[in-house]
Every structure is written in structure tokens, then in C-alpha cells.
Design a protein around this ligand. Structure first.
Ligand SMILES: Cc1ncc(COP(=O)(O)O)c(C=O)c1O
Length: 399
């Protein structure tokens, strides 16, 4: 490991804990470092690279668009942006889309939309936002204030006022927190960074009913669960509940930076000209990549395969949980967003997979192994992960 890491160590901010590897190329579910070593990717850029690395059609669309037009701002129309909005609306509850560049930016836009919608229709008193403890919505001040993990707040207070947090899946707590002052409830249908914790259908249904009763908006943060990750295009489709507002980013443009805020006509009407904006949001190159991603995911059979591969991965994890009952606490998740919670720190397992097997996964909340491979992962690659994980757990069990 040489030059790239050395240069980064000198000049980059030290806000990330990075593995000692610099990647120079990728193909499908594989990544390659400077020395040509191959890594199997069950991280996918933190649930981003939906079609894997360097997907030929994504790369082609990016190159072709970049040769025609890279940026004009939102003072003008562009075809990729308009077409992408059309596809997103035609395949969801939404009527209109606002584009940004990242997850946090989209959450920020959702929170601003909720406040403005309430302000316009019900007055300034209606401004409180209910979010969940243990949630993660991003690092900007609004998104950070919605995020229900005090560890991320440390040193950054005062946060944005008006946020209340309740325990996930606690309907009574939600009933107690909501009032005429509430303008929105925001949650991830499966809590991602907080440990891959699915919300119960009852809780989601109760949230919908309470939001309706109190004229509050229901916002689904599908930044991690959306774009096919759970085996449906959007995770809300599993729940029988339709949100008013949805946040997308991560997988949307297959690795290009892009976020999208989706809402109904009535709700999005609160964002009149000049109320919110982004210079880069929905730039033509990212949108061209997203068009390829969505068209692929919507091809017949694609999402069914995600469901089947998710089941195969889950079965591997469940078998290991049976074999290592002393080590494994729980297996959770849906589709290709799966996790195994250990009774001990998961870091040694993550390190074993990285250093001994060249397999990338993410360890979250100290004890949770999270698997979010590209949606095009192959069954034999799932087998390879299972075997490597077996070795890692056997090693820890023997220590
Ligand atoms: C559910 C959820 N919301 C928001 C974000 C923030 O996205 P970004 O890092 O693109 O700002 C994340 C990132 O992990 C996320 O998982």
C-alpha cells in the first residue's frame, strides 16, 4: 500500500476511519486495489452501487451524457432530469420530484417541505417533527436533528429545535408525542445505520393513522431501503401504507451523486418558486445514470431475483446462527439488506473478512454485521460469503 494512502494521510481530513486499501477499478461485485488484488463487495459503497461497479450501460450513459452536457443549473430544463422524474412518479405514489445530490440534502428538503406545508395550511405553531430513536437521517443540521442517536450530536449542539424522538415500534409513545403541533413523522421503514431493524407493520400503520388524524405528513426515508434494495422498488410497497413524502438517494444513480424528494401534488405545492433550490441537484449526468439503473431494476424478473438472492443470503445467515448459537444474537433484514447481530463485538469478524478473505462488509453499532451487496450479486458469491463468515465465526468461537 503506497502512494494513494500516503497522499490521503497527508492532505485529507481525518474524519473517516478507512481500511488500508485504495481501489482503482471495479467490475460487477468485485473491486481491485493498486496491486491488482480482488475484493468481493458486500458493502457496495454503503448500499449504493445497485448494479455493481462499472456496469457497462451505466458507464456508457454517463460518458455519452458528459460528452453532450454536464451542467446547466435548474434555471433550465434538461431531458434526463424530466424523464427521471417521470419514471419515479409513474412507479410510486408521488406526483412530483425535487432533485438534490445526497441523502442528507434530500432529508433536509423533506423537513423544510413539511414545515412549509404546515405553515401554509395550518400556521406557524404546527412545526414539530417526530423521528425515531436510533434512526439515521444524515449529517446536515436538520438531518442531524432528526437523527435519533446522541453520539452523532456530540459537539454540534444546539441542534435545530422542534424535534421529538420516540422508540421505534412503540405505538403508545408515538400517540403520546403527536399533537396538533406536529407537522411530520419521519422514519426509515427498516432502520439502516441503527442496526438494520425493521419497523413493524402495526407501527407503520399506526403512524399513518396518527399522521392523518393530526394533519401531519408521513415521510419515509427510503435512502437506504429504496431502489430495489429490499426486493420491491420501494420498501413502503411491502407495508400496505403509502407515505406523503419519500426520500431517495444512495442506489438511485448507481454510484453517481443524486438524491430525490418525492411527494404528492398537494404537498409539493408548498415549494413555490424560490422557496428551496440546489445548484447541482438533478444534474444531467447523474440523472442519465439513474435512468439506466431504474430501467434495469424495472426489467421483468429483476426484483424477483433480488427477493430470491435475499432469501439465499438470509438462509446462509440463519444456518450460521444455528451453528454458532453462542455467538449470534439475531438475523434481520429484507431482500439484499441483511444483518447478523452478534453477542460480542463484530469488528473482529469484519476484519477477518477484509484481511483474510478480501470481502467487504460493514460493521455497524459495534455488534452488527451488515450485508448490502450490489443487487446483481451472484449466488456463488453469496456462497463465498457464507463460507468465509463460517470460518470467521469458527475462529472467534475457538478463541
Ligand atoms: C436512511 C438514511 N438517510 C439518510 C442518509 C444520509 O445520506 P448521505 O450520506 O448521502 O447524506 C443515510 C446514509 O447512510 C441513510 O442511511
Amino acid at each position: 500500500m503506497g502512494y494513494i494512502k500516503d497522499l490521503g494521510e497527508i492532505y485529507l481530513a481525518k474524519n473517516y476511519k478507512r481500511f488500508p486499501v485504495a481501489f482503482v477499478k471495479g467490475k460487477g461485485s468485485r473491486l481491485y486495489d493498486e496491486e491488482g488484488n480482488e475484493y468481493l463487495d458486500f458493502c457496495a459503497g454503503i448500499a449504493v452501487c445497485a448494479l455493481g461497479h462499472a456496469h457497462p450501460e451505466v458507464s456508457k450513459a454517463i460518458c455519452e451524457q458528459a460528452q453532450k452536457l454536464i451542467h446547466v443549473s435548474n434555471l433550465y430544463w434538461t431531458e434526463p432530469q424530466a424523464k427521471l422524474a417521470q419514471i419515479l412518479c409513474e412507479h410510486s405514489f408521488a406526483d412530483r420530484v425535487f432533485f438534490a445530490n445526497s441523502g442528507a440534502e434530500v432529508v433536509e428538503a423533506a423537513l423544510k417541505l413539511a414545515r412549509r406545508y404546515a405553515w401554509k395550511n395550518f400556521g406557524p405553531e404546527k412545526h414539530e417533527i417526530i423521528a425515531l430513536e436510533n434512526s439515521f437521517h444524515g449529517r446536515t443540521f436538520g438531518a442531524l436533528s432528526a437523527t435519533g442517536q446522541p453520539v452523532y450530536w456530540e459537539g454540534f449542539k444546539p441542534l435545530v429545535p422542534g424535534f421529538r424522538h420516540v422508540l421505534p415500534n412503540d405505538i403508545k409513545a408515538l400517540e403520546e408525542a403527536i399533537s396538533e403541533k406536529t407537522c411530520a413523522i419521519i422514519f426509515e421503514p427498516i432502520i439502516g445505520e441503527g442496526g438494520v431493524i425493521p419497523l413493524s407493520d402495526e407501527f407503520i400503520k399506526a403512524a399513518r393513522e396518527l399522521a392523518d388524524k393530526y394533519n401531519a405528513l408521513l415521510i419515509f426515508d427510503e435512502i437506504q431501503t429504496g431502489i430495489g434494495r429490499t426486493g420491491k422498488l420501494f420498501a413502503y410497497e411491502w407495508t400496505g401504507v403509502t407515505p406523503d413524502v419519500m426520500c431517495l438517494a444512495k442506489g438511485l444513480a448507481g454510484g453517481m451523486p443524486l438524491g430525490a424528494l418525492l411527494a404528492t401534488e398537494e404537498v409539493m405545492a408548498a415549494l413555490e418558486p424560490g422557496t428551496h433550490a440546489s445548484t447541482f441537484g438533478g444534474n444531467p449526468v447523474s440523472c442519465a445514470a439513474a435512468l439506466v439503473v431504474l430501467n434495469k431494476i424495472l426489467e421483468e424478473g429483476f426484483l424477483e431475483e433480488v427477493v430470491l438472492k435475499g432469501k439465499a443470503l438470509r438462509q446462509k445467515l440463519l444456518n450460521l446462527a444455528d451453528n454458532y448459537g453462542d455467538l449470534v444474537a439475531e438475523v434481520r433484514g429484507q431482500g439484499l439488506m441483511q444483518a447478523m447481530e452478534l453477542k460480542v463485538s463484530a469488528t473482529p469478524v469484519g476484519e477477518y473478512l477484509f484481511y483474510e478473505k478480501r470481502i467487504l462488509i460493514t460493521v455497524i453499532k459495534d455488534r452488527v454485521l451488515r450485508f448490502t451487496p450490489p443487487l446483481i450479486i451472484a449466488y456463488r458469491e453469496i456462497d463465498a460469503l457464507g463460507e468465509a463468515l463460517d470460518e470467521a465465526l469458527a475462529k472467534i468461537a475457538s478463541e
